[in-house]
Design a protein around this ligand. Structure first.
Ligand SMILES: C[S@@+](CC[C@H](N)C(=O)[O-])C[C@H]1O[C@@H](n2cnc3c(N)ncnc32)[C@H](O)[C@@H]1O
Length: 812
């Protein structure tokens, strides 16, 4: 963890008076904050007596029974005896807690309405006092709970304090240990006529029950950024799929009940390895949640005399984050601090991506926009990409010799061109590969960015000993390498049988003369043997690599020419991404009306894969088994192979079994389409001769089985590329570890949905995706249909509209 984790103290029976002395007591005990009930037991008694007199009054009860709209019971505003809160210095160190005895989702309209009034009074008063953070107990976990009514009350609550953040206190899954009934719970007063018979819910549904409740509430609350989750980590952990789902949610507080701690050999409280893993995975989120220890150790009394509040003894929650931490003697707290110190250091990707998690960026358009030096500098930090390119060039040169291919330059050097050279890192790598393999190359570097071209010229003088022929041009209008020497000299070939030499030479002269015939008399043009480019975007072709390479392909030796990369593929899968959805729909659409219909480059962090195949070892009998999901998926005509690379997925799982937490399920990620270079469908044509770009349009439709309920906010996209056979790069989670572990150059791409789509357990969603072009520009379109199998019939149960990024298309 990068920052000191903020730890709070919660005592559900707290009955001290709220004062600066109490908050100082918490700080002296090394806590950063403490929770405090907004109202007192006096208020609870008052509400109970209002309620019982209402229930004793037959006519009121009768009226309520026959009209759910009635407001028969009125809770009078708070009195001084009803609350301890006062707007003083202690307020900035507390998190308010609303009454745990109310039942906002009660099936009994009187109980629900009284609860709603209680919540409203408490939030309004807390907001008045300046409380910034309030925890509200989540809905009850029984089938009778009216989630819509609960959510409506929370929506009302949000309007009580515009600067207040509300944390719904949710359990990861229904946990009987944590669902303790208290004396005076309003739920127990619900009249029998309103309470339906208890339903036995399937365990598979139960595992996601609390998440589904949260999902419904935040939907009604319109994904408000002031509505977050305080997640209670239970003693018995839920299945990994449930943990993974919660990870994608706005968890700002983690609560650990005293009962969740076990005792170690020396009798000190400790967490199981699985609990440690989950706690610290969650605490590595970009917005680090606070951790609250509940009902564990009482606050130790302090000898410090309360004095005037200063920044030092009453730091704000923000200031506390940067303050040094010292052990104090509260065993639970000391244990948490000890764990924190033990945390392993950040990976390179963690360091590189720090601050970028879930940050939506417009994809680069290097074809139409000239990149800044700092952008190239970021690319060049990649420890893998350039290494792999060097390897690919070395192998290509090696094979050139092995296969005795003639060189396009008559002086015998293999002609190598980097097109789109940027600041030149691939040029340096190509020169290095040639030196290592021992092959003479005729090195060309082309770049259309005039600013980057200045650096290329400088590097040529300083680093490359003027060995490189530089060209400032768009690759699509380049006429190719040239010399003012005659092309008739016999080219140098390696490993060649003298008998073949004659034939090779006549082939090459033919090839070169085709292009030289149209040129100025003194300039002789010749072909490129190895064409190197790096024009790939997060979805492979989204920075128009196919269009650019089509435009330069006519310069490639048509017989032996090699393109590095030789091919690339785009991949996608549906994801839950509530943060991205709220960022786009609540803020970005205000500055860009098309914001909900454009793809974004984003380091996906708080997202969850919705279509997964659970590894056999972790299959929970409570969840729909993959076999079942697969056989159901076979009902759908478009479903094809469910996974790109089973071998890599398996190796992924093996590497993770060492962890105490079971590995996450493997996502189903389909290959949308591919591009190959050189493209033999378009024969040696220059751009002006290519009549249309239609050959670069693509379409696909894939089925994704849904094993657990979820809400889909969009599609996550990745790419893979074969630079040269055996040398591959990948951002696809299924293959990246095997193909290019540690590569940091590309974040995934995200195709948003304007409106979230609920996917029921056992559904299959079919996604259609298009790469569109009108010969001037390229854009993407995407949509989703959701189906359920009912009596062996495929019934459509949901869909998205067709999304199109045409308005923000990439210009060719
Ligand atoms: C992603 S950058 C890669 C730069 C460099 N090769 C590297 O790997 O660090 C792509 C480069 O290609 C250049 N580029 C894109 N389209 C081009 C075109 N049609 N003609 C020439 N250069 C182009 C851009 O200006 C940019 O410098």
């Amino acid at each position: 963890m990068n920052n000191t984790i903020l730890v709070g103290h919660h005592d559900s029976k707290r009955n001290e008076i709220l004062s600066t002395a109490l908050t100082q007591q918490a700080h002296s005990a090394n806590y950063d904050m403490l929770t405090f009930p907004i109202t007192t037991p006096h208020f609870h008694s008052r509400v109970l007596s209002i309620l019982s007199s209402a229930f004793l009054n037959d006519s009121t009860a009768h009226e309520a029974l026959h009209s759910s709209n009635a407001v028969p019971v009125f809770v009078e505003p708070l009195t001084p005896a009803d609350t301890q809160l006062t707007p003083d210095d202690s307020i900035s160190s507390i998190i308010g807690v609303t009454s745990t005895w109310i039942d906002l989702g009660s099936p009994d309209p009187i109980i629900a309405d009284v609860s709603r009034q209680v919540l409203k009074l408490e939030l309004a008063y807390a907001a008045f006092c300046g409380v910034s953070y309030v925890i509200i107990p989540g809905p009850r976990h029984d089938a009778s709970c009216d989630i819509a009514a609960y959510a409506r009350a929370i929506l009302d609550g949000l309007s009580q304090g515009p600067y207040m953040t509300l944390y719904l206190w949710m359990q990861t899954h229904p946990d009987p240990v944590l669902q303790r009934e208290q004396v005076g719970d309003l739920a127990t007063f619900a009249r029998r006529g309103y309470v339906p018979a208890a339903e036995q819910s399937e365990t598979s549904k139960a595992a996601f029950q609390t998440w589904q409740a949260w999902d419904a509430i935040r939907y009604i609350c319109k994904y408000s950024t002031r509505l977050c989750v305080a997640l209670s980590i239970p003693g018995t952990l839920p299945p990994p799929a449930v943990v993974s789902r919660w990870y994608s949610e706005p968890i700002r507080i983690l609560t650990l009940d005293g009962t969740t701690f076990a005792k170690n050999a020396k009798g000190y409280p400790a967490l199981s390895v699985s609990h440690q893993d989950i706690t610290f995975k969650l605490s590595k989120l970009k917005t680090q949640p606070w951790l609250i220890i509940c009902d564990a150790t009482p606050l130790p009394a302090t000898s410090t005399t309360p004095g005037k509040a200063t920044d030092a003894n009453y730091p704000s929650l923000k200031a506390a984050q940067t303050m040094p931490v010292t052990a104090h003697g509260d065993p639970h707290l000391d244990y948490i601090r000890h764990l924190q110190n033990k945390q392993r250091s950040l990976t390179l990707m963690d360091q590189f991506g720090a601050g970028y998690q879930d940050y939506l960026q417009a994809p680069l358009q290097p074809l139409t926009v000239n990149l800044e030096s700092v952008t190239y500098e970021v690319f060049e930090k990649d420890p893998i990409k350039y290494e792999w390119y060097e390897r690919a060039v070395a192998r290509a040169l090696h094979d050139w010799i092995e296969h005795s291919k003639p060189t396009s330059n008559p002086d015998g050097r293999v002609v190598v061109a980097v097109v789109g050279a940027g600041r030149g890192p691939l040029v340096s790598r190509a020169l290095k590969a040639a030196e290592d393999v021992g092959v003479d190359i005729d090195m060309w570097a082309l770049e259309k960015n005039p600013n980057a071209f200045v650096l290329l010229q400088r590097h040529n003088e300083d680093k490359w000993h003027n060995q490189v022929s530089l060209v400032k041009s768009d690759m699509r209008t380049w006429q190719g390498p040239s010399t003012n020497k005659s092309l008739s000299s016999i080219p140098k070939t390696y490993n060649v049988d003298p008998d073949e030499l004659e034939q090779n030479h006549s082939d090459l002269t033919k090839v070169n003369s085709q292009s030289s015939s149209i040129l100025m008399p003194q300039i002789n043009r010749y072909k490129i043997d190895i064409l190197i480019s790096e024009l790939l975007g997060s979805f492979a072709d989204n920075e128009l690599s196919p269009e650019c390479l089509d435009g330069v392909q006519h310069l490639l030796n048509p017989i032996h020419g090699i393109s590095i990369p030789s091919s690339y593929t785009a991949h996608f899968t549906p994801v839950a991404a509530p943060k991205l959805h709220s960022d786009i729909s609540l803020s970005m659409v205000h500055t860009n009306p098309y914001a909900a219909e454009v793809p974004y480059v984003v380091m996906l962090d708080q997202v969850d894969f919705l279509s997964t195949m659970a590894p056999q070892s972790q299959q929970d009998s409570t969840l729909l088994s993959p076999t079942k999901a697969k056989s159901f998926a076979s009902l759908f005509s478009t479903s094809s192979s469910t996974r790109k690379s089973s071998s890599s997925a398996t190796s992924n799982q093996t590497s993770k079994t060492k962890s105490a937490t079971p590995p996450p399920a493997t996502p189903v990620i389909h290959t949308a389409w591919s591009f190959h270079h050189p493209n033999h469908q378009i024969h040696s044509l220059t751009t002006t001769q290519v009549p249309t770009n239609a050959h670069n349009a693509r379409y696909c439709r894939f089925a994704f089985p849904i094993t657990n309920p979820g809400t889909c906010h969009g599609l996550a996209g990745y790419f893979e590329t074969v630079l040269y056979p055996g040398v591959e790069l990948s951002t696809n989670p299924l293959t990246m570890e095997d193909k290019s572990a540690g590569m940091i150059s590309w974040f995934p791409i995200y195709f948003p949905f304007k409106s979230p789509v609920f996917l029921a357990e056992g559904a299959v969603c079919e996604v259609s995706m298009w790469r569109m072009t009108d010969d001037r520009k390229v854009w993407y379109e995407w949509c989703m249909d959701v189906f359920m199998a009912v009596a062996d019939m495929k019934i459509k149960v949901g869909c998205t509209e067709l999304h199109s990024s045409e308005k923000e298309a990439c210009l060719m």
